[in-house]
Design a protein around this ligand. Structure first.
Ligand code: AMP
Ligand code: MG
Length: 408
């Protein structure tokens, strides 16, 4: 049986960064840029006022105050037409271009004009600014970026800030590593959809929505392939559909040692090559992994165990890193924390125990509290977890002991 580290290495060997493709900027949040982006404009595009006030000549302020005649009003979006000469000013709004002749802006608060009032052309305004300096309250053209300058580099992660920048430089489409398409198929005769009240022997399909949510969370595109029953025919039909369209195919259930656990056999018949089956892991031992190759497609196929927490843990350990890699990302997902209480783990498999990671803004140290979890079918307790505490071997662990933690 493979260890977690061996299994992860085998999985990652098969995961390739997806080729760059041009995508609408409205759909690239969280993705990695696959080109250098240069600005098509100077920003700001003109010398602009950063306050509401009056454009003036500092020469007129040798005494620290001036009485100036208003020659023009310039709201944002308008271009000034008048040059300011001695004794003149224009009223200017935040963002508007500086008129020629002016070399500073005096804030409206430093004048005798009532707040919120517009001056009229011909008005004489009294302004007081004892320490007025040339350039005051002016943002110079191109100070933020120059036309042609590279402002985002290949490999940048596109956060909301970067989306704002892309818009500023006119990019409605951008080259990124596209999102992997991830098919999700639940298997099991006992499964019904969430809206159905289960009858005797039935349970609802939790894994479908759980896995779709996780795929979405890490930046993949989940495709719901529904529920297959435990017959070779049903499995064959639905798995084939997934293999043709997906970069990753997630099956849940049907990979344990039961008579009706037909998934590995059907995958082999369909030409999916097995890379490993079973990992020394708790929960998640039955995990199956293989690949399917067609001329244009390399599909990674995971047979996840049916129990929801097992499926979840296998996703967090093996599928999430695959999606990260396909997107060109390498996020750090583990940290070290101290156990808040003693904890015992039975068996000798590496155990990933649902837990609450306690982080604070004032204490550098992190703490981890294992939850009172009832095993791989206990999804309810997992809902209180924000991390998995990693116990590489079974045995007893003391309060205060440091353990590695996988953040969820
Ligand atoms: P299996 O791996 O098919 O033997 O399933 C193991 C356990 O997980 C059984 O108790 C199944 O009923 C349960 N199970 C399988 N698939 C799902 C699913 N999609 N949602 C919730 N529970 C499931
Ligand atoms: Mg089953």
């Amino acid at each position: 049986m493979k260890t977690v580290a061996e299994a992860l290495a085998l999985v990652l060997q098969q995961a390739r960064v997806l080729p760059p493709s041009e995508i609408a900027a409205t759909n690239v949040l969280g993705l990695m840029l696959a080109e250098d982006v240069a600005s098509d404009v100077d920003s700001p595009p003109h010398d602009k006022s950063v306050v509401d006030g009056f454009a003036v000549r500092t020469e007129d302020f040798s005494s620290g105050r001036a009485r100036l005649e208003v020659v023009e009003l310039i709201p944002a979006g308008r271009v000034p037409s008048k040059t300011i000469t001695a004794g003149q000013t224009t009223q200017i709004m935040t963002g508007a271009p500086l008129p020629s002749g002016a070399d500073a802006i005096v804030m409206v608060e430093r004048t005798n004009l009532a707040r919120g009032k517009l001056a009229q052309v011909g008005d004489v305004i009294e302004l007081e600014e004892p320490k007025l300096k040339a350039g005051q309250n002016i943002m110079r053209r191109g100070i933020s970026m120059r036309q042609g300058e590279v402002i985002l580099k290949t490999g940048s992660r596109l956060r909301p800030i970067e989306l704002g920048l892309l818009a500023e430089v006119g990019r409605a489409h951008v080259k990124v590593h596209r999102r992997p398409v991830v098919g999700i198929l639940a298997t099991g005769d006992e499964l019904v959809r969430p809206e159905v009240k289960p009858t005797a022997g039935q349970i609802r399909n939790s894994n479908g929505p759980l896995l779709a949510g996780m795929v979405h969370d890490v930046g993949g595109v989940p495709i719901d392939l529904g529920i297959a029953v435990d017959t070779a025919g049903s499995l064959r039909e639905r798995i084939s559909a997934g293999l043709t369209d997906c970069d990753v195919l997630l099956l849940s259930g049907g990979v344990s040692a039961g008579v009706l656990d037909l998934v590995p056999q059907v995958l082999a018949e369909l030409g999916v090559e097995e890379i490993f089956h079973q990992v020394s892991l708790k929960p998640g031992k039955p995990l199956w992994f293989g690949t399917f190759d067609r001329s244009d497609r390399h599909c990674l196929v995971f047979g996840l165990p049916g129990n929801p927490v097992s499926s979840f843990v296998c996703f967090a350990l093996f599928v999430r890193p695959v999606i990260d890699r396909m997107l060109g990302r390498h996020p750090a997902r583990t940290c070290i924390a101290r156990l808040t209480k003693a904890h015992s783990v039975r068996g000798d498999r590496a155990t990933y125990w649902p837990a609450r990671l306690i982080e604070s803004n004032v204490i550098v140290e992190k703490f981890i509290e294992p939850l009172n979890w009832h095993g791989s079918g206990d999804l309810r307790t997992l809902a209180a977890a924000n991390a998995l505490a990693i116990f590489p071997n079974g045995g007893d662990h003391q309060a205060g002991e440091e353990v590695e933690v996988l953040k969820l």
